[in-house]
Design a binder for this molecule. Structure first.
Ligand code: AMP
Length: 282
């Protein structure tokens, strides 16, 4: 496994692979890798001849008061995990390698970016789309892997690939959870022992909402009220949003008639956590 920091090196390595007609999978990450990331890597390794993992804490997707500086980083740990999961190449650029002084081009999307996390994080998805488009151009993968953990992001990337005719396939991978239900996240490391316990309220609310919908409830306000009541019973939890939206357009719906995404962002203390479920068998 190689670790490179420049776009030039990635291009040279991928060019050799393409010459041999080898397929390439890309797993974009911000590092501090855990089993959630590993599941994406495993999907890529089993579906491609070569797998590239990018590790880049992308400044462009963080708002002014967000956790860019404190975001956890550990390249030693990450490279060990990648090696164990048979990754071929890690791309770990510095910000100035990705964004020169004279950087003026952004990928902006309407509609899908406007609700859910787009409300509290208004510049986030512009940063995500721009960096992912750049990574696609740099690595030129045949396949790219994203987690359903960030379901709005997954919908947005699929839309971007469709709208901009990007020549690759985007694969969504299921949410990987801790044994007690908490969705794995690099940000879980911010939680104190007490907060870690309180954070279970997210997955408990997801389980509750999912069982209501699976048992036939189609009125979104009833599902959401039950979930919000449960989360509100946890003193350390502060709701950013709990919503049900159309899975493809990320637009709010009142009745479940098409595939939906039920998504939430909840602060546990100062840490903002997200979780969701999708329901497709309408
Ligand atoms: P991040 O490093 O948090 O930007 O995540 C990189 C990729 O890993 C994204 O596509 C995430 O959706 C995915 N991911 C993060 N956590 C999980 C998880 N618990 N289960 C599945 N995928 C995940």
């Amino acid at each position: 496994m190689k670790i490179v920091k420049t776009i030039k090196e990635v291009r040279e390595i991928v060019k050799l692979w393409k010459k041999e007609n080898l397929s390439v999978g890309l797993v974009p990450t911000m590092g501090y890798l855990h089993e959630g990331h590993a599941s994406l890597i495993d999907a890529s390794v089993s579906g491609n001849d070569k797998t590239v993992v990018s590790i880049f804490v992308n400044p462009m997707q963080f708002g002014a008061n967000e956790d860019l500086d404190s975001y956890p980083r550990d390249l030693n740990h990450d490279s060990k995990l990648c090696e164990e999961h048979h990754v071929d190449l890690i791309f770990n650029p510095e910000p100035n390698e990705m964004y020169g002084k004279d950087f003026y081009t952004y990928v902006n999307m309407n509609v899908l970016t406007e609700d859910l996390c787009g409300i509290t994080r208004p510049i986030h998805f512009k940063g995500v789309c721009t960096v992912v488009a750049k990574l696609f151009n740099i690595v030129q993968p045949d396949n790219a892997y994203f987690g359903q953990k960030d379901a709005q992001q997954l919908a947005i990337i699929k839309q971007m690939v469709q709208d901009l005719n990007m020549p690759l396939e985007v694969h969504g991978c299921p949410i990987v959870r801790e044994i007690d239900g908490l969705a794995k996240s690099s940000r879980n490391t911010y939680l104190s022992t007490e907060e870690r316990q309180s954070a279970l309220i997210l997955s408990k609310a997801i389980t509750l909402g999912q069982s209501l919908v699976e048992n036939g409830e189609r009125d979104c306000s009833k599902v959401l009220t039950s979930m919000i009541d449960l989360i509100s019973s946890e003193p350390l939890a502060k709701i950013d949003y709990v919503k049900i939206v159309d899975l493809k357009t990320i637009q709010p719906v009142n009745t479940i008639e098409k595939p939906i995404l039920c998504a939430m962002a909840v602060y546990i203390g100062k840490t903002r956590l997200i979780d969701n479920f999708i329901f497709e068998e309408v």
